[in-house]
Write a protein that binds this ligand. Structure first.
Ligand code: CXF
Ligand code: ZN
Ligand code: ZN
Length: 372
């Protein structure tokens, strides 16, 4: 089937709209007509080369929702017309991680940055007109009008789901909310700092509120993002981590935050060190943001790590299990307890994807969304 999609031919590079040929679905695959796709910072990390993929060109996008157009032979669980939200991490349901409640770490994730079929690293579901194989970002490529994916990457959702909002459940929602609720294990009464309140941080704010945090301190240099964070339940917002640390100490007899969640756009070791300094003894630093693949090292005082028993935890998809948590978050949205609409600042056509990323860099978007 013919499609148009946003591809990177190399990195660093820019998304370019090209014609694509999308494979018919094989067994255990579905082809989906996309309705909406979020503009996550991680796709920009692919464009800058921070997050390299194994093969270029790659068709971007890993946060999306659409309607099943066709279903592979002998494939159960989906019929044409079903609504689906993609998970940027596939879940096989059988590996050690899936079977112990950690679907975010499914062994299939190892192939997500290769962009091929899981069972054949030489087989790609998208091609350019001249036959050149095109890798799929995270195995899904939601920046294409149509995409063929493994059933392991798709979650069926009810027919009344507004896909142009629910697309955020594919990355931002689970990643941010889970960073507070699952990875950070925020407890009622806690003081929580969220460093960076774009799409992911805005969801972390809501996760901290749901978990019962008494103080949720949003940190961002952009006033519009701080105001949005307060509208989403942050009790305070400040432009710098130093101000947030002081504030957290003022609420805790000088001890510091219980949890600090790092959701900045481009992470450096120094951000983690700042978060580390902001938490109390036995406090937790959650590292959700991405930076350059080559960057190593976190400049934290080692004695403080040991003597204060502070914890630094990485968080992938907010330690969520997509098959359980995407429906859970959709249920919270449907009951009015989780806000997604407020995060979507601007909708773009596929052809305007570059403007969407320019707006993200300018700080004028919480989340931009492509509407197909
Ligand atoms: C990332 C995690 C690393 C691969 C790309 C997606 N998560 C959220 O954006
Ligand atoms: Zn993402
Ligand atoms: Zn698995």
């Amino acid at each position: 089937m013919r499609s148009r999609g946003a591809v990177l031919r190399h990195a660093p590079g820019k998304f370019e709209i090209v014609d694509l040929e999308v494979d018919d679905p094989r067994q255990n695959e579905i082809r989906v007509k996309m309705v909406a796709s979020g503009l996550c910072h991680s796709d920009d990390h692919m464009a800058t080369g921070d997050l390299p993929v194994a093969l270029y060109p790659v068709c971007g996008g890993h946060e999306g929702a659409g309607i099943v157009e066709s279903v592979g032979p002998h494939t159960t669980g989906f019929v044409p017309g079903d609504k689906v939200v993609f998970s940027f991490l596939p879940a096989c349901g059988k590996c050690r991680w899936c079977s112990t409640g950690h679907q975010n770490l499914c062994d299939l994730g190892a192939l997500a940055l290769v962009g091929s079929r899981w069972d054949d690293p030489t087989s790609f579901r998208l091609k350019l007109d001249d036959g050149t194989p095109v890798a799929q970002a995270l195995g899904i490529s939601t920046f294409s009008e149509y995409t063929t994916v493994s059933v392991d990457s798709a979650i069926k959702v009810p027919a009344d789901t507004p896909l142009e909002r629910a697309c955020l459940l594919g990355c931002a929602a689970g990643t941010g909310w889970g960073s507070a609720v699952n990875t950070g294990e925020v407890k009622p009464g806690d003081t929580v700092i969220i460093m960076g309140v774009g799409g992911i941080g805005s969801m972390a704010v809501q996760g901290a509120v749901h978990a019962g945090a008494a103080q949720v301190i949003a940190v961002d240099p952009v006033a519009f993002k701080r105001e949005t964070a307060e509208a989403l339940g942050a009790t305070h917002s400040v432009p710098s981590i130093d101000a947030a640390t002081e504030l957290a100490q003022s609420f805790t007899n000088g001890q510091g935050a219980d949890v600090a969640i790092v959701t900045v756009g481009v992470i450096h070791g120094e951000h983690v060190a700042q978060a580390f300094a902001s938490v109390r003894k036995q406090g937790t630093v959650v590292v959700t943001a991405l930076g350059n693949v080559t960057e190593v090292g976190i400049p934290v005082p080692l004695l403080e790590l040991v003597l204060f028993e502070k914890k630094i935890k990485g968080s992938l998809f907010g330690s969520s299990s997509p098959n359980a948590d995407i429906p859970r978050l959709l249920g919270l949205y449907q009951s009015g307890m989780l806000r997604l609409d407020e995060l979507i600042t601007t909708e773009y056509g596929l052809d305007d994807i570059s403007r969407g990323y320019e707006d993200m860099h300018a700080g004028t978007n919480i989340r931009g969304v492509i509407r197909f």
